[in-house]
Design a protein around this ligand. Structure first.
Ligand SMILES: [Zn+2]
Ligand SMILES: [Zn+2]
Length: 251
């Protein structure tokens, strides 16, 4: 098989993995939503179908660069991803995970703010905000321009910051689960996390929900420090009040 065909096959395989991962994780949390909050997505069938369509298109945009780089890692020694446990000190494992999350969060915060400029909002970000309110299926519901801005982050970081393959797996798992839970319309984390001292710095659904409600605030991905530093943090939303409001409006 030619090099080009092998890399293309890897890109296709990774697209399938990202797409199936999305369907499984979003599907599982949508199922949990039905059990915990029956009727929360009532009347949102059309929106959900659109969210799934955009998300599967995003899976290809994420999968192609990731698949090509995974091929280069395996066959050409590209990237700083390592597999021997003792290649770096043990303490570096959690540090590398934190470095990836901090770098991704910084990239996301500033590109997200840029996509809220009126011209770029219309082009790149209106698709994501068309979910009102978003559901567990909106995790990857992005226009291709926005998907591209997200898809380049990890493929670039693996050339800059060394990381163990398992630690990278953890970063991807955190990215996937937080993408879903931040959009699903209820808080999955216990109160002591999102409303305690940790919640002052970590982003969960209570924080991102406010971004979808008010737009010009709460731009961060994992951490609140950029929002707090730049004066764009508008605190946490309250799902119990929002749900009560919806019930009143519905009745
Ligand atoms: Zn969002
Ligand atoms: Zn936004």
């Amino acid at each position: 098989m030619s090099l080009l065909a092998a890399a293309a096959l890897s890109a296709l395989a990774m697209t399938l993995i990202v797409g199936v991962r999305y369907l499984i994780v979003s599907g599982a949390f949508a199922f949990a939503t039905r059990a915990r909050h029956p009727g929360l997505y009532a009347g949102q069938g059309r929106q959900i179908r659109r969210e799934i369509g955009w998300s599967l298109a995003s899976a290809a945009i994420y999968g192609v660069p990731a698949g090509i780089i995974a091929w280069g890692w395996q066959n050409r020694g590209w990237t700083l991803i390592y597999t021997q446990a003792d290649a770096y000190p043990l303490w570096y494992l959690p540090v590398s995970v934190l470095l990836y999350l901090l770098a991704h969060d910084t990239w996301f915060y500033w590109t997200h703010r840029w996509m809220h400029r009126p011209r770029w909002f219309r082009i790149a970000h209106a698709v994501h905000h068309a979910s009102r309110p978003p559901t567990a299926w909106a995790a990857m519901s992005f226009h291709w321009v926005e998907a591209l801005s997200g898809a380049v982050v990890i493929p670039l970081l693996v050339f800059i910051i060394p990381i163990h393959a398992a630690a990278l797996g953890l970063v991807l798992a955190i990215m996937t689960v937080m993408g879903v839970t931040n959009h699903m319309g209820w808080e999955v984390f216990p109160r002591f996390i999102h409303s305690g001292p940790l919640g002052a710095w970590l982003i969960t659904a209570s924080h991102h929900q406010r971004h979808h409600e008010f737009y010009g605030c709460n731009y961060g991905l994992y951490f609140r420090h950029w929002d707090r530093l730049c004066g764009t943090d508008r605190g946490l939303g309250d799902f119990s009040r929002a749900a009560a409001g919806r019930r009143r409006a519905g009745s």
